[in-house]
Design a protein around this ligand. Structure first.
Ligand SMILES: C[S@@+](CC[C@H](N)C(=O)[O-])C[C@H]1O[C@@H](n2cnc3c(N)ncnc32)[C@H](O)[C@@H]1O
Length: 205
């Protein structure tokens, strides 16, 4: 199934960690894949809403998982060494990350506005250790993040400080250029200026 590629990719990134906290777990599909494959032994499945978490409980009933209703990290007091926050908008992820509690590794996958997330991370004392892009009907950008210091230039915000060195990013950048070129003729002058700047940045790679 096409959409499984993203789930599988995220699950594979959990290899080597002991306990994974999945914030906004929804039906717990990433954790299910990671636990089923034996990548991890235990997990904390958390969501803002009871309904998806009940579905996650059903899906993960055979595994060592704690289920917690929580707005981001708020109600999470158990130990974990990896946090996944995936499938949400960049602004929501920044709101959640602003209240990160324990020192751990983070896997972040924002659905949009990756430059917003990268800028936030650099200002909040996080470092992007690695980045990936996968194509699974849509393009998904995935970041591996830790506490640390990084300075990002404008092109880093858009291209990604690690992603820009990856050959597989080329297709993604081409896709962004096409998207922007498509809407260029209908944009007002201010937006046109912005789009031209973005096209130039994506053409740099
Ligand atoms: C689109 S789903 C993503 C599911 C899964 N993480 C994935 O990548 O497939 C977003 C989930 O985040 C949850 N959510 C939204 N805001 C949240 C918050 N502040 N704290 C925890 N969960 C949140 C929603 O209830 C929903 O289940």
């Amino acid at each position: 199934m096409a959409r499984n590629k993203r789930i599988k990719f995220l699950a594979e990134l959990t290899v080597g960690y002991d306990c994974v906290l999945d914030i906004g777990t929804d039906h717990g599909l990433v954790l299910l894949e990671a636990l089923k494959k034996g990548y991890i032994k235990s997990a904390i499945a958390s969501d803002l809403r009871e309904e998806p978490l009940n579905q996650a409980k059903k899906n993960l009933k055979n595994y060592d998982v704690d289920f917690i209703i929580s707005d981001g990290f708020e109600q999470i007091n158990l130990p974990y060494d990896l946090t996944i926050i995936a499938g949400m908008g960049a602004y929501l992820i920044t709101d959640i990350m602003a209240k990160a509690k324990q020192d751990c590794t983070y896997i972040l996958q924002a659905n949009d506005k990756h430059h917003v997330l990268r800028e936030f991370l650099s200002k909040q004392g996080f470092i992007i250790e690695d980045e990936f892009v996968i194509h699974d009907k849509f393009y998904y950008v995935i970041m591996i993040v830790k506490k640390g210091k990084m300075i990002l230039l404008e092109d880093d915000l858009y291209l990604g400080p690690k992603l820009k060195y990856k050959p597989e990013a080329k297709h993604y950048y081409q896709h962004k250029i096409k998207q922007y070129e498509k809407i260029l003729s209908k944009a007002d002058d201010k937006r046109k200026e912005e789009l031209i700047k973005l096209i130039k940045i994506y053409k740099m790679q």
